[in-house]
Ligand binder design. Structure first.
Ligand code: V47
Ligand code: SF4
Length: 395
């Protein structure tokens, strides 16, 4: 059940929000209709203030981040033609297609640019030649070379793909990969669960129920996972609420989700953006903040709501720290997926930049491990404003 939050209703300009504030004060769960009101309300500051109160009840002023490194070992993908929102994937013979050898993955893993990498975030395309052996060998080699680095790898969609090409159950694939070094799984591949939406944006991709099922199996095996929702394309607000409800229900059942990360659709360099006539018109900061805030309020059984600065910009991520967000995607180092679809953010952020971003919002930064245990705080620092400029220069 949600933590009761203390909140001053005089901050709400939309009377429709008053009954929701009352429920939050009583520690009652919000309904799907409440979530729709939150998505529709013009009073973003009111929604944000409630999300901020809910976030403070759990985390106070603490904002965490991970020193992580993204590795995308292959962009070859059998769904290249049907995930029309994706600008990253290539067919095997297409220009720009790549699949890293083990040596290339290891070389990439060594390029953390002087930061201490504690987590590898490894995702890629659905490549017929990247099966169980490819990933198991990679994870073993990475663990041998960087024994203390956590491996967060492979989306539910990739697990299902490996199971299909290896003719194994998804459960057995997860068991084999865990033995090879898989620690947790990222939340990608969820998109928006609604079948009507999937028909338009990703009609051959693993469906919403199957995505939930792979995560359920992982949780049953003790593998914690993240989850996401891609918003800002053709989905309705009802689709968003249905999606969040499915995530909340699984979390009630297993408690296996670590964090929820809403992902804003980037319309550049992908077929969907052209079809929708949206090239150059990404989601608005308003919608980015709203998705994060509604995630915090509706997903009352999630401890962590993460903002992905690469997608929404570091400026929006910084403001999001007052809209229910307690965690910010980490150093990243060399991001490829969003930079293939027009993200103008840098491909990575240094530790001083992340610290400055968090402190610039009046929050207390803490580096965490992949299970959200705090590893170190930086509380001795006195903010002099100069650091905030450092974060803004990251654009
Ligand atoms: O599932 C693809 C998205 C996701 C586009 O779990 C696009 O910690 C926007 O899930 N516009 C992969 N998004 C990334 C992901 C993720 C990122 C950071 C942290 C975590 C985590 C997970 O990227 C895909 C898809 O939803 N994506 N194309 C696009 N045009
Ligand atoms: Fe392949 Fe994932 Fe891109 Fe779809 S979104 S084409 S599954 S890489």
């Amino acid at each position: 059940m949600p933590l009761p939050i203390s909140f001053e209703s005089s901050r709400l300009r939309d009377p429709e929000l008053l009954p929701i504030a009352e429920k939050l004060r009583a520690g009652s769960r919000l309904t799907g209709d409440d979530a729709l009101i939150l998505f529709r309300s013009p009073d973003l500051l009111g929604v944000g203030a409630m999300a901020d109160a809910a976030n403070r009840a759990r985390h106070g002023d603490r904002v965490t981040f991970a020193s992580n490194q993204h590795i995308n070992p292959t962009n070859i993908c059998v769904l290249r033609k049907t995930c029309v929102f994706c600008g990253y994937a290539r067919l095997p013979k297409e220009e720009g297609a790549y699949r890293y050898s083990l040596e290339q993955v290891l070389a990439e893993s060594d390029r953390a640019d002087g930061t201490i990498t504690r987590e590898f975030h490894i995702v890629g395309g659905l490549d017929m030649h990247a099966g169980l052996e490819y990933y198991a060998t990679m994870f073993r080699a990475l663990k041998a070379r960087h024994p203390h680095v956590h491996i967060k790898a492979l989306t539910a969609v990739e697990i299902a793909h490996i199971a299909r090409i290896e003719k194994m159950t998804r459960r057995d694939v997860l068991i084999a990969l865990r033995e090879a070094g898989l620690d947790t799984m990222p939340g990608g591949g969820a998109e928006t669960f609604s079948a009507a939406v999937r028909d338009v944006i990703a009609d051959k991709k693993l469906g919403g129920t199957d995505y939930i099922d792979v995560h359920r199996t992982a949780h049953q095996l003790g593998i914690r996972t993240n989850c996401t929702m891609l918003y800002g394309h053709v989905e309705t607000l009802e689709d968003r609420v249905q999606h969040l409800t499915m995530l909340r229900d699984l979390q009630d059942e297993t408690g296996g989700f670590l964090a929820y990360i809403p992902l804003s659709y980037h319309p550049d360099d992908n077929e969907l953006g052209v079809t929708l006539g949206r090239q150059g018109i990404a989601s608005t900061g308003f919608d980015d903040l709203r998705n994060l805030a509604v995630g915090r309020l509706y997903l009352d059984n999630f401890e962590h709501i993460k903002s992905h600065w690469i997608m929404v910009t570091s400026a929006v991520s910084q403001i999001a720290l007052h809209f229910g967000v307690n965690d910010i995607e980490g150093t990243v180092v060399r991001e490829k997926i969003y930079h293939a679809v027009g993200a103008h953010t840098p491909q990575g952020m240094t530790l001083p930049q992340l610290l400055a971003l968090i402190r610039g919002a009046g929050k207390a930064p803490a580096e965490r491990d992949s299970f959200y245990h705090v590893l170190r705080t930086f509380d001795d620092h006195v903010d002099d404003g100069a650091n905030a400029n450092l974060a803004l220069s990251a654009h």
